[in-house]
Structure formats: C-alpha cells, structure tokens
Design a protein around this ligand. Structure first.
Ligand SMILES: C=C(O[C@@H]1C=C(C(=O)O)C=C[C@H]1O)C(=O)O
Length: 367
C-alpha cells in the first residue's frame, strides 16, 4: 500500500516526500493534498523542509498539518547494487580539473582556506520508475538518510546522504562535522593524510565557533572514520545545550549553513568563488532537508496505582536535518547527479576528480 500510494501521488502530480532515517526500518511519507508551494519564513513552521544551497533562495516546506502521513516498516532485502564501471566523458574531467586548479590558486592567493567544488553529471535514463529507484536506495544504503522528494512545480530529487546537519530535541543540540574522503577497500582502520585531516578540522572549528552565541556546554567527540557506501569519511559530533528553547532558529541556520563541509571557509569568500566559477546551479544539492519542529507526544510511564497520570502527555519538539549529498534530480528522462569535494592548499586536482567519480557511483550504481 505504502509504495502504491507514493506512486499514485507522483502520477497525480501532487507533492510528497518519502524518507528513512539512518539505521532505521521505518519509512515515512508525507503527502500534500494540493500543489501549493509552501515556503519557510522564520523556521517556527513545522513540516518537512527542503532547502537550497544558496540562502538567497527560499526553502520549501511540506507542512505536517496539510499533508497525510504514512509509515511502514521496511527491512533491507539485502539487495546490493553493483558498482558498474562507467565510461566518463573527458570533457567533464578537464573542466573539473581546471575548476579545482583555480580553487587551489585562490587558496594560494589567500582568498580563502578551503572551498568545496562540485559538478553535475548527466545520465540518460532509458527506463525509470520512482518507487523502484527509491527502493533500491533504501536497500543499498541502510546507514544513510534515504529520501525521495517531489513537487510538481519544483522537481523530483532522490538521495542517500551520510551527513546530518543538525538534530535538536528539547534543548539538546548536535551537529556533525563530516569531511575527508577515501575509497573503502574492506577496512575502516585506515590512515588519513594531512589534507583530509585539515579539511575536516576546518569544518569542526567553524561549527564550534558559529554555535557559541546560541549554545552552552559544547562538547566535541573524537574524530572517527565512518563508512558511507563505497567511501570512508572523517566524522566528529559536536553536541551542546541550547541556551533557551525559544532561540532564534533562523539566525542559527544562517550562521551555520552552508558549512565548510559543502561550501568553504571563510564562508562568504568561498561561496562567492563557487557562485562565480562552478558555472551551474546547485539548486538543492548541498542544501539540507528533514523534519522541522516535529511534535511528538509521549505518555509518562504510569504505575498501576497511578493510572490518571496517563491522561497527561508530554509534547516534545524535534528537528532532524540532513545535508543533501549523494543525490540526483530527475528531469526530462535524465538523472542529474551532483558531486563535489573539499579543496585545500595541498589538494591534487587529478585526485579531486577521482573523488567526484567515486562519489558519483553511489547514485549511478542504483540506476
Ligand atoms: C560535497 C560532497 O561531500 C562532502 C565533501 C567531502 C570531502 O570533501 O571529502 C566529504 C563529505 C561531504 O562533507 C559530495 O558528496 O558531493
């Protein structure tokens, strides 16, 4: 029923999102009942947010109140997509290498310390089915946040991202610093080079500094190696307590998004370089998505003698946002696959190209 309903919603050209959180067997969906485009204004809204890279553009909301919600238990069928070798257009390669070299030069000129440079790759689809593709992503990437998002006036996006932007529950707050990439070759006990360590440290430092006006008791975990599909990354979790529950969410988002995991440092100079030199529009790639101000009611545990307690429910608000990576947009019978990587002064352009090729396989392998 669940997948048929999504299919029907898509056929009827009505907005929806279907998603599964990392390591979970619950797949949820929100189905909007008309095709209005709802925008985020001050982040007090509640619903599923779909935000672009560029904060100059608006973030879209599927409001919980104006959508039917569905959920189902879905377990991994163990189907693993094959990582086929794909022939690559040489033109893409030269363009990306030129872009990365320009970035390295700008770092040498001290315009910024880090920049994340990306590209878009097109795969022509001979056959495509939205539900089948979503299921393949669910089966292949159980540890990722897997989603399928559709709005007839905006587009169709699917992805399997390894990166959490932020989680807020009551006044508990956490963010992930994820950067540095190498191919997974059977073990996560690997050594990392200085280039990867530095680019990840830049993200952690940026988050810790940017958070200071909003939180207290900041704690930073040890740096860990994590596996995401065919890749390994470096990860740190930064946790803290919000100074107050009614904080300025809009100011927090503007201070932290886009982080140097997807943009660069300092943010303003790196973003200006991206806008000027990438020569394509990232749209929602390297934006973020997820549940915003989801209210859940929990009944306190009542003892047998204390049945009347059950009448009281505690309402909790939670927000869980993910960075939109390892994603694609489906448009005109084509899959547009978005991939990028962090550049520092010691980057090697050829290696950066290969990193984007590895990242593109996450999506290509399920097409
Ligand atoms: C930009 C992407 O990924 C980001 C960049 C990484 C890197 O530079 O090593 C690693 C993880 C992500 O923070 C992408 O997947 O397109």
């Amino acid at each position: 029923m669940f997948f048929e309903t999504i299919q029907k919603q898509h056929t009827n050209q009505l907005p929806f999102v279907a998603y599964r959180k990392p390591n979970s067997t619950e797949v949820k969906a929100l189905l909007q009942t008309d095709d209005t485009v709802h925008y985020i204004d001050d982040y007090s809204e509640s619903g599923f947010v779909f935000a672009p890279f560029d904060t100059a553009n608006k973030s879209i909301l599927i409001p919980f109140e104006q959508a039917d919600s569905l959920d189902m238990s879905y377990s991994n069928l163990g189907i693993q997509a094959r990582h086929n070798e794909i022939s690559l257009a040489e033109k893409n390669k030269q363009n990306h290498i030129n872009l990365v070299e320009k970035g390295i030069q700008a770092i040498a000129n001290q315009t910024f310390k880090k920049v994340v440079l990306s590209r878009k790759e097109t795969v022509v689809l001979t056959k495509f089915n939205v539900v089948q593709t979503f299921k393949k992503l669910l089966d292949t990437y159980p540890l990722a946040f897997v989603y399928c998002w559709y709005h007839p006036k905006i587009g169709l996006w699917l992805g399997a991202t390894p990166e959490t932007l932020m989680k807020i529950e009551g006044n508990q707050f956490s963010m992930m610093s994820l950067a540095g990439t190498q191919e997974y070759n059977g073990s996560i006990n690997v050594a990392w080079e200085d280039k990867e360590k530095e680019e990840q440290q830049i993200v952690t430092d940026f988050i810790v500094n940017g958070l200071k006006p909003f939180v207290q008791d900041i704690q930073t975990s040890d740096v860990e190696t994590v596996k995401a599909g065919n890749l390994l990354h470096l990860k740190t979790i930064i946790s803290a307590r919000l100074k107050q529950e009614e904080f300025n969410f809009k100011a927090l988002i503007h201070a932290l998004h886009p982080t140097p995991a997807v943009c660069g440092f300092p943010k303003k100079a790196a973003k200006a370089f991206i806008m000027k030199n990438e020569h394509y529009n990232r749209e929602f790639y390297t934006g973020y998505l997820g549940e915003l101000n989801l209210e859940t009611k929990r009944h306190p545990r009542a003892s047998k003698r204390n049945i009347e307690n059950r009448a009281y429910a505690i309402t909790k608000k939670s927000t869980q946002l993910y960075v939109n990576l390892r994603c694609m947009q489906i448009k005109d019978h084509k899959a547009l696959i978005y991939v990028g990587g962090g550049i520092t002064k010691i980057s090697n352009a050829e290696k950066e190209w290969e990193e984007t090729v590895s990242k593109s396989k996450v999506i290509k392998s399920i097409l």
